[in-house]
Design a protein around this ligand. Structure first.
Ligand code: NAP
Length: 600
């Protein structure tokens, strides 16, 4: 079969572009827990903190995190008949990532009809195919109200320590507001991309103007509000660092408002077509009961290469992302690899042609072209980002190896000082593979004083990725790198985890169980399954441009114990079947249970 391109030339270009970015220190970040200068970057700009007295009481369940995971867990626990539920969150309201990320243009790049949870329960149909952040946030608030989760919620409250107390068979939870809570079940729903990432850039504290991270957008500086024009930037020069999913979404509104925007780009994103549109009333009227789960399943089947009669979502995820992860079968490995490479090359060529079509200046277009395999980096989808570079007030600054430094006037790249009034860090979050105990942000102490950090130090050890031995009555919402599965539509996984936790608590309550723990055998068995299905993809991924997806150029550092149930992203459907079977049997297989009442 003749090829339409020269693979050697393509690979030479891809590897040269990778090497420009594989520079020492590229992943260095400021530790915001200890950073005097930048700790303020984590403060809540959206809701004033209101003083309150510390609380000391007992709940049935304490859930840490009021984002999608915590809300759907709370909803399923309500359905299981649990009354006293407390959701704790450092944010000033429900929403998790959608609480914090209110930057202009924020939207979800996964279709809203699948992504926004519990649409059928709430009788809601999103107004557009891809929803803007504020609509998602308000919907999550509505879930909190619908399931009466607001009553027990404690906002602007971070957990400082949680420890299992054997005599009372309860978790003791201490918060930064002085609360001393106890609960029978402790649920961690702490989020995946919850720790904002601030690169360690030389001189960054010297910058004299206002600066902030996109996950704490400062509308006092820019004017406006989510979904409204930015009113205070007319005479301001803005520096935007980062062109990932966030950077591409906030550039167009910045370009509309600011006198000038300098966009500092280290690696171009592959920006595919978005095609957002208002929801068709006929589509909304046609939805039959069970439609949302069916739509999620259709998407997931395609993402896992299982095929489907129709592609209901039919967007860049199903057309491109699914395709490169499941190339056509071939009779030899060599043919298969070649087919995969050609497919990927074709998709990336389409993206590069799109840049040429949408960006008028050829030099700017060249810098915006992504030269790596599509599977190397999370793809982006947007229709206004690339055309924004045709505005006279937008300048792209190419800095593949990073910036030289930041002075009081702004960034310096290749010796050139860019003077800016405002500096915005669209630099993302610590990756999903960040260990659970770090994402949780507080010590979690189980039986015999063992901390979760100590236990997971060699890698996770769990049953179903949601329970772990030595930490009785603890549930963890499923997440990547935690021995479950990964779904592009995170909501699909969250709903599954929540149903499992709600169902498991229902069984435990009906059987009068006071304390459960995972048996050593069940945990070993599950962990072995995860290790056995681990596929070392480092040969392919090390050729990628460095990113979160390949551990910033070190894919070999992945721990097989932090893998998934099934190869690659894991087999969502087999995992779901297994969890449903476990619940249906009601036997609590793999758990050690105690029905004796704790000492008074
Ligand atoms: P991101 O994808 O990690 O992008 C961060 C950007 O900052 C990248 O362009 C990165 O360059 C750049 N950067 C980091 N350190 C830098 C440095 N030292 N100097 C210069 N540039 C630097 O972060 P994000 O855009 O906030 O997105 C994070 C994740 O959030 C996404 O992957 C997605 O999962 C989620 N998200 C989703 C949506 C959605 O629509 N569903 C929207 C926003 C975010 P490099 O590429 O070179 O590292």
């Amino acid at each position: 079969m003749s090829r339409s391109y020269d693979p050697e030339a393509v690979w030479a270009k891809y590897l040269a572009e990778r090497d420009k970015r594989l520079v020492p220190g590229r992943a260095d970040i400021r530790d915001l827990d200890r950073d005097e200068h930048f700790a303020r970057f984590r403060e809540d700009p959206f809701t004033p903190v209101v003083e309150r007295d510390p609380i000391a009481d007992d709940a049935d369940v304490v859930i840490v995190g009021g984002g999608i995971a915590g809300l759907v867990a709370g909803a399923e626990l309500r359905k299981a008949g649990i009354e006293r539920i407390r959701i704790l969150d450092k944010a000033g309201g429900f929403g998790g990532t959608w609480y914090w990320n209110r930057y202009p243009g924020v939207m979800c790049d996964v279709e809203s009809y699948m992504y926004m949870p519990m649409l059928e329960e709430l009788g809601y149909v999103p107004t557009t195919r891809y929803a803007f952040g504020e609509e998602i946030r308000l919907h999550l608030e509505a879930i909190g109200d619908h399931f009466d989760l607001r009553t027990g919620a404690l906002f602007h409250t971070g957990v400082e320590r949680a420890a299992w107390d054997e005599p009372s068979a309860r978790w003791r939870v201490h918060t930064d507001r002085g609360d001393e809570l106890t609960c029978r079940y402790y649920v961690l729903a702490v989020g995946l991309l919850n720790l904002l990432k601030l690169p360690a850039l030389s001189g960054m504290e010297d910058f004299a103007g206002p600066s902030f991270h996109t996950a704490r957008w400062d509308y006092d500086v820019t004017g406006g509000a989510p979904g409204e024009p930015l009113t205070k930037l007319g005479h301001k020069v803005v520096g935007l660092i980062g062109t990932g999913a966030t950077g591409i979404q906030c550039l167009p509104p910045l370009a509309e408002a600011a006198e000038h925007v300098y966009v500092f780009q280290r690696t171009p994103s592959a920006v595919g077509e978005r095609g957002n549109c208002p929801t068709d009333p006929e589509f909304a009227a046609s939805l039959e009961p069970g439609w949302q789960q069916a739509r999620m399943d259709n998407f997931q089947a395609i993402m896992l290469g299982k095929g489907a009669e129709v592609d209901l979502v039919d967007d860049g995820w199903t057309r491109h992302y699914a395709a490169v992860h499941h190339p056509p079968k071939a009779s030899t490995l060599e043919e298969y690899m070649r087919g995969a490479e050609e497919l990927d090359f074709g998709i990336m060529e389409e993206h590069r042609r799109r840049v040429e079509e949408l960006v008028a200046d050829p030099d700017t277009a060249e810098v915006l072209k992504p030269y790596y395999r599509y599977l190397c980096k999370r793809p982006c989808f947007h229709d206004e980002f690339l055309p924004a570079f045709n505005s006279r007030n937008v300048t792209l600054v190419d800095c593949p190896g990073g910036m030289d430094l930041i002075t009081e006037k702004g960034p310096v790249v290749d010796g050139h000082q860019y003077e800016v009034d405002v500096l915005i860090y669209g630099t993302g979050f610590e990756p999903e593979v960040t260990p659970l105990y770090r994402r949780a942000g507080h010590p979690i102490i189980g039986r015999d004083g063992l901390s979760l950090a100590e236990k997971f130090e060699p890698g996770p050890a769990t049953l179903f990725g949601m329970m772990t031995r030595g930490f009785p009555n603890l549930f963890v919402m499923p997440a990547p790198a935690q021995q479950c599965v990964v779904t592009v539509n995170y909501t699909q996984l969250a709903v599954l985890g929540a149903r499992f936790i709600g169902g498991a608590v229902g069984i435990l309550e009906r059987r009068g169980v006071k304390v459960f723990d995972v048996s050593a055998e069940a945990e070993d068995d599950w962990t072995q399954k995860i290790v056995d299905s681990f596929v070392d993809g480092s040969a392919v991924m090390s050729a990628c441009t460095p990113s979160r997806i390949n551990q910033e150029g070190h894919p070999e550092s992945l721990n097989p114990r932090a893998g998934n149930f099934g190869r690659g992203f894991g087999d969502y459907f087999r995992y779901r079947e297994l969890l449903q079977g476990w619940l249906a049997s009601g036997e609590l297989e793999g758990l050690e249970v105690d029905t004796r009442s704790p000492a008074p």
